[in-house]
Design a protein around this ligand. Structure first.
Ligand SMILES: Cc1ncc(COP(=O)(O)O)c(C=O)c1O
Length: 390
């Protein structure tokens, strides 16, 4: 057919597929509630928008340095120093990217040779499973189990080790489970990575949203592993800026230089005036983030309680991010059938767990980055629809 076999080997995003099925129903006039996207429903705070508009009006419309504007790289280095206690050189160790998605692509493209393998803790954001395939690299999925509170031990990591493994990907707080890696798990990962000379991609895009006693911890708290870590973060979730496409990566200078070469060949630089907005996000007031977090927690309480009131559905209380990942295996259907059933019967879009790797089947993902009233209506509709299956 002419399409690369590497591209053919990756599936169309299950999240986008559900959105497309939903838009077909919307064209027929059905009212649909969207709980499939990891897209905060809040507007971007106005001081961030104003900074971007100002930059645009001042003519900041040209390519920037491939690494990103200097002021933003300094602000990112300051932020990492104050929150994680780790120093990165803003001149050579930080790259502003088109979201966390590009940052992750750059890391894989810069480090992987054909035949290398990547260890991924699952259930996970699907990109970690797909992008390595574009580099002719293999993926080893290591399932984190709900009964272990999504934690990992060194022993379990060793069970999956293979000498072709070059890097391991971790994501805490986690999309889709809402799990958080605790100190012991991070220590196990650190020791495992150092012992086998692995790189670690640490995707921390949900760091701002942790609940109850859950606290975001980074593997960078173990400073001895710093040169092996590729820290990925983004403005998308924290500041409700998904459409702005600004994220960043921090890594040791040689790795960052390799990544910037890929970035030069991909997009050259993140959008100039969006970077000005991102600078205002980091240096401006942070109350907006706390307000969003409070509202997510209120919605999470509603959703967890509502789902657990439905007989046979079991929903863990997440510790972070803005997703719940209830188990729906008692219906004896595949998760894709459950999601399609909910779309048809309840007019609610969810994502089948099967798209998130090993351990995902038997679950559906519901994003509570949607309005409280939509969530209330959706829960009622889901409960009524599930009654038909019993
Ligand atoms: C775990 C995780 N990492 C990275 C991203 C990428 O987000 P963005 O490219 O908007 O920063 C997402 C988006 O959903 C995500 O869930």
């Amino acid at each position: 057919m002419g399409i690369s076999s590497k591209v053919e080997s990756i599936p169309f995003s299950s999240i986008r597929r559900m959105s497309e099925l939903a838009s077909e129903l919307e064209k027929e006039g059905r009212h649909i509630i969207h709980l499939e996207l990891g897209r905060p429903d809040f507007d971007t705070p106005s001081h961030i928008k104003e900074a971007a508009i100002k930059a645009l009006m001042e003519g900041k419309v040209h390519y920037t340095s491939n690494y990103g504007i200097t002021e933003l790289r300094h602000a990112i280095a300051d932020k990492i120093r104050t929150t994680l206690g780790v120093e990165y050189d803003p001149a050579s160790e930080i790259i502003v990217t088109a979201g966390g998605a590009e940052a992750i692509y750059l890391a894989f493209a810069s480090l992987l040779e054909p035949g290398d393998k990547v260890m991924v803790l699952t259930p996970c954001w699907p990109n970690y499973l797909h992008v390595p395939k574009l580099m002719n690299a293999g993926v080893i999925e290591v399932e984190l189990r709900q009964e272990d509170d999504y934690q990992i031990t060194k022993r379990r990591l060793e069970e999956f080790y293979d000498p072709a493994v070059k890097l391991i990907v971790i994501n805490s707080p986690c999309n889709p489970t809402g799990g958080i890696l605790e100190t012991e798990s991070l220590e196990a990962l650190k020791e495992f990575a150092l012992e086998h000379s692995l790189y670690v991609i640490s995707d921390e895009v949900y760091e701002a949203f942790t609940y109850d006693t859950g606290k975001h911890l980074s593997i960078l708290r173990f400073t001895e592993i710093k040169d092996r870590v590729i820290l990925v973060n983004s403005f998308s979730k924290t500041y409700s800026m998904t459409g702005w496409r600004v994220g960043y990566v921090a890594a040791e200078a040689m790795v960052a230089r390799a990544m910037v070469k890929v970035h030069q060949n991909l997009i050259a630089c993140s959008t100039s005036f969006a970077q000005a907005g991102a600078l205002a996000a980091l240096t401006g007031p942070q109350e907006c983030v706390q307000e969003m977090k409070k509202e997510y927690e209120r919605r999470m309480n509603l959703v967890v309680q509502g789902l657990n009131e439905i007989p046979v559905v079991r929903c863990n209380r997440p510790k972070g991010a803005f997703y719940v990942f209830p188990s729906v295996d008692a219906f004896g259907m595949e998760s894709s059938e459950v999601s399609e059933f909910l779309l048809r019967e309840a007019g609610v879009v969810t994502v089948p767990g099967s798209g998130f790797g090993k351990g995902g089947e038997g679950h559906i993902r519901i994003s509570y980055a949607a309005s409280y009233s939509d969530l209330e209506i959706a829960l009622e509709k889901i409960a009524i629809a599930f009654q038909k299956l019993r």
